[in-house]
Design a protein around this ligand. Sequence first.
Ligand code: URP
Ligand code: ZN
Ligand code: ZN
Length: 473
Amino acid sequence: MGTTLIRGGTVVSATGRQRIDVLIDGERIAALVEPGSAALGADLAGAVDTVIDATGKYVIPGGVDGHTHMEMPFGGTTAADTFETGTRAAAHGGTTTIVDFAIQTPGQRVQDTLAEWHEKAAGECAIDYGFHQILGDVDAEALKAMDELVTEGVTSFKMFMAYPGVYYSTDGQILRAMQQAAGNGGLVMMHAENGIAIDELVTQHLARGETSPYHHGVSRPWQLEEEATHRAIMLADVTGAPLYVVHVSAKQALAQIAEARGRGRNVFGETCPQYLYLSLEEQLGAPGFEGAKWVCSTPLRSRAEGHQDELWRYLRTGDVTTVATDHCPFCFRGQKEMGLGDFSKIPNGIGGVEHRMDLMYQGVVSGRISLERWVEVCCTTPARMFGMYPRKGVISPGADADVVVYDPAGHTSIGLEKTHHMAMDHSAWEGFEIDGAVDTVLSRGKVVVAGGEYRGRKGDGRFVKRDLSQNLI
Ligand code: URP
Ligand code: ZN
Ligand code: ZN
């Protein structure tokens, strides 16, 4: 692998930007070098193995996507991206670390399910990866397993207030798991929707013959996201556990999170590009069955109600802490089509692991967020939140050399026949023509993508044993 110099670019961090060169030795960042500095020898470029010219470009930490679902069994089928295809697509889009989810369902030992997910991912990934653990059955054994997992680098646990009969946990189970996390330092992640009430509404819509993808959205109203978010916050209050609310889409749910943060609580909100750009009216309401492509939970929200603008505002002011993709791709043919005539049978999920960095860069282009905030929510804070900082999420000496050279003068055309490396037969972002482009991606010092070409190999990516969250202290 040798030494690499990234020369001529502007290094952007969560706190500032600087014209400085980046020296990489093997898998790590060795130094940041002032242009023309004699400190490391007069002609550094002549002394290294590889020089990458980043003139006019941004040099940012590799993206950290804290919420993906490769090969997830869900809704009677399995998410279409394998760890191999999904992480390769992520690399194309400038993401160099994902945190995916091992899943325990009732009757399974938590440790066995984690071992199963290790087996799925080992030797397959293009980039580094970690795991959260989904708890689908919180009993005494599962609570004990939480303590064990924390020591094995799986330091966060997702539970569901939605999906009764599948992954759903009762308030009592959530309370017990939060108590355990308060004791062992783990982070509780919550899918906050009132699944019991939603299931009633789903039954009522279907009984009225309202079977289209649009009705997936209206059967999951914002009130039931707000209510569940509030309840999760109150349970966290009682137990003293920190809380990370995943895929927040309703502005009212974010107001709950903002209120809790205002009281000094360790409550964090994650949103996803789909909730910032797409809507109930335009995507879920697309003609015929087309809207199935955008069926996910929490659902896309009404633009007329102003959720998207409010989410951008919360993102700018800090109450949205991270942006992940919730990448959970299903093909339209044969998978989404399972819900023809009954929206409740459409597998829930949108694929987007490839496009997060580009889509969020549009926030910079439009002036909604700063360049630094882009790096913060997409790279640095997810690394801190999930116990990977300063190995990941920052360009500084000693950090893993996960680096993206990003071209602000570039252009990205998203679409199935254009920029698309995910194992899906459609793109949720078809037709998006956007400013900026990923130029070069390094994963632990190795160039894995250059000029749109994949140069890595499956198995390049390693499991990241995570520490406890650093964002909470
Ligand atoms: O629709 C979604 N979000 N699918 C993935 C599973 C989940 O709830 O995160
Ligand atoms: Zn969820
Ligand atoms: Zn998810």
